[in-house]
Design a protein around this ligand. Structure first.
Ligand code: AMP
Ligand code: MG
Length: 344
C-alpha cells in the first residue's frame, strides 16, 4: 500500500484532503491525523473492520482499548449510558482539550475492538483544528490511538508517522508538529473519587479545581489489584533503540556519569536542559530552559526518536519534578527507561 502524506494548513485550500480522509474513513480505512497531544491513527469507531486495521497497522495488542474522539459534546450521549455530573463539568471546562474521560458505554454501539471487551469507553474532544474539522465533516466518532508502531514513542510530527507506518496506512494528514507532545490525561469517572489512569496535560490540580478530590495513584499504589488501571499502561512504551537511563538533573553528576560510561566504551546521548550543552555528551538534545515543562513535553518524543538516528549506545535523560505536567513527563520518561536509573 502506498502511504500519501497531505499537508493540511489553514492557509491552503484543503477541502480535497479532508474529503479524501472522510471517504477513506467511511470506506472502513484508517487515516492518521494531528491532534494537540500527538498524531492519532483513526477509524470510524462503530466499524469493527476499520478499527481492526488500526491494531494491525500498529501491531497493538488486542486487549488495549482505544480512545473515541468526537467533534461535539452532544455526541457523547449517543454512546454513554449515563453521563455523571462531574464528567459533564469536566467536559465543559476542558474540552476541546487533552482530557479523556472513561465512562460506562451503551451496549452494542461501538465496534467491540474499541473497548477491548470492557464495559467502559474513554472519550475526548481534541483541541486541534485539523482533528476537529475532520471529525465535524465526518460526523461520526473516530477511535484513535497514537499513530506509532506499538512500543515506539508517540508521533509528534507527520514524519514520525511516516517512519513507523509507511506502507501500512493509506493517508497521513500533515498538520505540522503537535503542541503538547504527550498523550491526554485519562480519568476514570466510573469510580468515586475519580482516578487518573494516565497523567497528561490536564493535571490533577486542574481537575480538582473543577470536581474536588481526584486520585493520582503513586507508583506503589499503581501495582495494587484494587487500583483501577488503563490496560495499555502495562505494555512497554516510548522506547528508543538504545537503553534509556534516568539521571538526576545535576550537571556535576551527569558529567561524571558521561565520563564513566565513556570509559566503558559507550557513546552517550544526553537529554537535558540547555545549560547542559557543554558537559561532553556525544549527542545532545536540549529540553529547553531548566524548568520549562511545556517545552520539555513538546520535545520529549521527538528527542527520543532522534536518538535512534545517532550511534548512541546509551541515552541519559535528566528528570524533572512531578509537579503539574511534570507528573506526565516523568510517567513517560519512567516508561521509556523501563524504570532504570543511572547508578554510579
Ligand atoms: P493510546 O491510544 O495509545 O494513547 O492509549 C490510550 C490509553 O487509554 C491506553 O493506555 C488505554 O489502555 C487507555 N484506555 C482506553 N480506553 C480505556 C478504558 N475504557 N478503560 C481504561 N483505560 C482505557
Ligand atoms: Mg499510544
Amino acid at each position: 500500500m502506498e502511504t500519501i502524506r497531505m499537508l493540511v494548513d489553514n492557509n491552503l485550500n484543503c477541502e480535497k484532503s479532508y474529503a479524501q480522509a472522510v471517504d477513506l474513513l467511511n470506506d472502513g480505512e484508517v487515516v492518521a491525523f494531528p491532534t494537540e497531544t500527538v498524531y492519532g491513527l483513526g477509524a470510524v469507531a462503530t466499524d469493527e473492520k476499520g478499527v481492526r486495521k488500526i491494531f494491525e497497522a500498529k501491531g497493538r495488542p488486542s486487549d488495549n482499548p482505544l480512545i473515541v474522539h468526537i467533534g461535539t459534546i452532544e455526541e457523547v450521549s449517543n454512546f454513554i449510558e449515563e453521563i455523571p455530573e462531574n464528567a459533564l463539568k469536566l467536559m465543559n471546562t476542558f474540552w476541546p482539550g487533552p482530557l479523556t474521560v472513561i465512562m460506562k458505554a451503551k451496549k452494542g454501539l461501538l465496534a467491540p475492538s474499541v473497548t477491548a471487551g470492557l464495559t467502559t469507553v474513554g472519550m475526548r474532544m481534541p483541541n486541534h483544528d485539523v482533528a476537529l474539522q475532520l471529525l465535524r465533516k465526518l460526523k461520526k466518532p473516530v477511535a484513535a490511538p497514537s499513530a506509532n508502531r506499538s512500543g515506539k514513542p508517540s508521533p509528534t510530527k507527520a514524519i514520525h508517522v511516516e517512519e513507523d507506518l509507511q506502507g501500512r496506512i493509506p493517508l497521513i494528514l500533515d498538520g505540522g508538529a503537535t503542541g503538547i507532545g504527550i498523550e491526554s490525561t485519562v480519568l476514570d469517572v466510573t469510580v468515586n473519587p475519580p482516578v487518573i489512569l494516565r497523567p497528561g496535560g490536564v493535571t490533577k490540580e486542574m481537575l480538582e479545581e473543577v470536581i474536588g478530590e481526584v486520585i493520582q495513584p503513586t507508583k506503589s499504589q499503581e501495582t495494587l489489584d484494587t487500583t483501577p488501571k488503563a490496560p495499555g499502561m502495562k505494555y512497554t512504551h516510548y522506547a528508543p533503540n538504545a537503553p534509556v537511563l534516568l539521571i538526576e538533573s545535576d550537571q556535576a553528576f551527569v558529567g561524571e556519569a558521561i565520563h564513566e560510561l565513556r570509559n566503558e566504551g559507550h557513546k552517550i546521548a544526553l537529554l537535558a536542559p540547555l545549560s547542559f550543552e557543554n558537559i561532553g555528551a556525544d549527542y545532545f538534545f536540549p529540553y529547553g530552559d531548566e524548568g520549562d515543562k511545556e517545552m520539555m513535553s513538546s520535545k520529549l518524543y521527538d528527542d527520543l526518536r532522534a536518538c535512534d538516528k545517532t550511534e548512541a549506545t546509551i541515552i541519559l535523560a535528566t528528570t524533572t519534578s512531578t509537579e503539574g505536567v511534570g507528573a506526565a513527563i516523568m510517567n513517560r520518561l519512567e516508561k521509556a527507561a523501563g524504570g532504570k536509573w543511572y547508578n554510579r
